[in-house]
Design a protein around this ligand. Structure first.
Ligand SMILES: *Cc1c(COP(=O)(O)O)cnc(C)c1O
Length: 362
């Protein structure tokens, strides 16, 4: 055996991120938009790209992009930070406010990357529980914040993988508790456009609150890798010190600005996906052998009354890939389906019906 250097001690037991990228005809496993970006956007973007100078670094402050995002939230560029996907925003938040001797509080089951990136940055992870219906119990959450005094408290709403939307009152109570322990509340709204309210409404200088969003889901730009957050100027200024200089390419900054001209198209798509989601939920609820959880996002989680993994496998064999959570704690035997086009959703429902029959459920 060849000897070689080992990674940091605290990283040895970590697993990488798992989500198989299989080559099947219907891919409903990573919550992307089923629609390509508008053609007019792609044309405007390509034209803009070819007019730029690539021997020069991109704008380090990404001012045009931040101003455009800020305008979309009726705020200013100094309350906006952008990075390569919202995962890099989360990483920058943890590099800035987490680290050794500090902790991050998460409410499981939730987006695995919050705890994973916390561990990568040597931030201790404190796991708390959601209720059986996957909502957060505000009283319990406040008690946890007071007890553990985490540097960062994460709330994902709508929550991935459950679809749960937290009421405004819960977020407000948690924000009060976080302020009292001098922490930071990070609300991950990757699916915020599908929900009926947004924590961006609460952002202000006096609130230790940062709301994270992305172009990956609603904006049909998962391949672009662009995310951002809205927060108080004092937090945004700290993030700017930590992130690598020139981290956003010229193409990316241009795309982020130009995409925002297509807000009306995006609103139409969101409405269409929500309508499809409601249709899929009704169809799922009519199936015997599964329990469907309410969703305010572009995906739906359901529990198989039987071997969830076998059902997932039987769906893959029929050319339909969904996300397998069957062996995750708290979501045992659960599968998550992204809402696709009408045709894709129908294929998914047919594959699920056949799989449930083949595997056998209670
Ligand atoms: C998909 C997703 C993200 C997106 O990450 P990007 O890096 O912006 O693609 C962030 N948070 C949650 C909860 C997600 O589901």
């Amino acid at each position: 055996m060849t000897r070689h250097i080992q990674p940091r001690d605290d990283l040895r037991s970590l697993d990488g991120y798992h989500s198989p990228q299989l080559d099947v005809s219907v891919r409903l496993n990573t919550n992307e938009s089923p629609f390509a970006p508008p053609v007019a956007f792609t044309e405007a973007w390509t034209a803009a790209i070819s007019a730029r100078d690539y021997h020069r670094y991109p704008s380090r402050a990404a001012t045009e992009l931040r101003t455009a995002i800020g305008a979309a939230f009726a705020t200013t560029s100094d309350r906006v930070f952008a990075a390569n996907g919202s995962n890099e925003v989360l990483q920058t938040l943890l590099l800035t406010y987490g680290g050794s001797g500090r902790s991050a509080l998460v409410f499981e089951p939730t987006y695995a990357l919050h705890a994973h990136i916390a561990r990568l940055t040597a931030t201790e992870v404190v796991e708390s529980e959601r209720r059986d219906d996957f909502t957060i119990d505000a009283t319990h959450a406040v008690e946890r914040i007071e007890r553990y005094r985490p540097a960062i408290t994460f709330v994902c709403s709508p929550n991935n993988p459950t679809g749960t939307v937290e009421p405004r009152a819960t977020v407000e109570s948690m924000l009060e508790a976080v302020r009292a322990v001098d922490g930071l509340l990070v609300v991950d709204e990757a699916y915020g456009d599908f929900a009926d309210w947004s924590a961006t409404e609460l952002v202000g200088e006096e609130h230790p609150l940062v709301v994270v969003r992305t172009y990956s889901k609603v904006w049909s730009l998962a391949g672009l890798r662009l995310g951002y957050c809205i927060g108080p100027t004092w937090a945004i200024a700290e993030l700017d010190k930590v992130v690598l200089p020139y981290h956003l390419s010229i193409e990316k900054q241009l795309a982020g600005v130009l995409a925002l001209d297509f807000g009306a198209d995006m609103a139409t798509r969101v409405a269409h996906i929500v309508e499809e989601r409601n249709r899929v939920v009704t169809a799922l609820e009519s199936l015997a052998g599964i329990t469907v959880f309410p969703s305010g996002a572009n995906f739906v989680l359901f529990r198989v009354h039987g071997d969830g993994h076998a059902v997932w496998q039987a769906m893959v064999e029929r050319g339909v890939l969904v996300r397998d959570f069957s062996r995750w704690p708290r979501v045992e035997d659960c599968l998550r389906v992204t809402i696709g086009t009408r045709a894709e959703n129908d294929e998914m429902l047919a594959a699920l019906r056949a799989a449930l029959e083949e595997v056998g459920v209670r």
